[in-house]
Design a protein around this ligand. Structure first.
Ligand code: FES
Length: 278
């Protein structure tokens, strides 16, 4: 038996599957979520690429605000005060980001994330575009071959992303200070930028801890939860967060852009930081 899809391709139905000739029987606007995902992801990739290579307006010395796209800043190209961990390399060429030690891992972490995989498989590869909508591809090998088999590296990216979240937290803690440019004295300070950095870090932790790999790290490979009550408790909490992973994935895209944008506007002198203390 041969099935004709509206795309014009002939495809025999799999054994035991119904012979449905339309690409989909859905009558709702199923194409809207993949379209919105494509626009959202493309916006983030373009913004993050431009800003990571921008090379300026990423640090506010007076209030110790460091953009997350430049953390940690460990090359000789960085402003010395922004190099919280010291400077490990010489000058960066223009085509490499200052945060070269972290960005490839963060990119790998997001690119291999279970949620983002679903999102960009649907949005950019139509594989499939939505539930109960046939995909245009005639062959399906899943993630069993190169290059998609590399998606299995997600668990390793998780460990690095965990460490980078600690670094982002450290950057945020430093933003609770302000330095008087006249005297050079540093004291407690709090501004709108501090709060934005704080919200971003909370979002990053929620995203990182709700990761499926984190859930496996905490509760996987156990035969008896009753013998590991602490791990069971942690796993239960992570599992609750895990149900919101998609939300945190999009939330952090928004907070990363907002945080960098705010730091850029203050650092470039376009706006002044709204100070609450000092
Ligand atoms: Fe999304 Fe791990 S970060 S599944």
């Amino acid at each position: 038996m041969t099935t004709t899809h509206d795309s014009g391709t002939y495809r025999p139905p799999a054994p035991g599957r119904p012979d449905i000739r339309q690409r989909t029987l859905r009558t709702d606007r199923w194409w809207l979520p993949p379209l919105a995902n494509a626009l959202g992801l493309a916006t983030f990739v373009v913004y993050a690429t431009i800003r990571s290579l921008w090379g300026s307006a990423y640090y506010v010395s007076e209030y110790h605000y460091l953009s997350p796209f430049y953390s940690p800043c460990v090359s000789a190209s960085c402003i010395p005060e922004a190099s919280h961990l010291g400077q490990w390399f010489g000058e960066m060429p223009w085509f490499l980001p200052y945060a070269l030690v972290s960005l490839p891992f963060l990119l790998g972490f997001r690119l291999t994330c279970y949620y983002y995989r679903k999102s960009y498989y649907r949005a950019f590869w139509s594989s499939p575009p939505a539930c109960a909508v046939a995909e245009p591809h005639t062959k399906y090998t899943g993630e069993t071959r190169f290059p998609l088999i590399l998606q299995n590296a997600h668990r390793y990216f998780f460990y690095v992303a965990f460490v980078i979240s600690i670094l982002n937290t450290y950057d945020m803690v430093l933003a609770f200070q302000s330095t008087d440019p006249a005297t050079g004295r540093t004291s407690f300070g709090l501004g709108l930028g501090t709060l934005i950095l704080l919200i971003n870090v909370i979002g990053l932790w929620l995203y990182t801890l709700s990761c499926h790999s984190c859930r496996h790290v905490t509760g996987g490979r156990l035969k008896h939860f009753s013998k590991h009550p602490v791990r069971y408790r942690v796993w239960t909490t992570i599992s609750k967060l895990n149900t919101r992973h998609m939300l945190f994935a999009w939330l952090t895209i928004g907070t990363l852009i907002l945080t960098d944008l705010y730091v850029m506007l203050v650092a470039s002198g376009t706006i002044s930081d709204l100070r609450i203390v000092n």
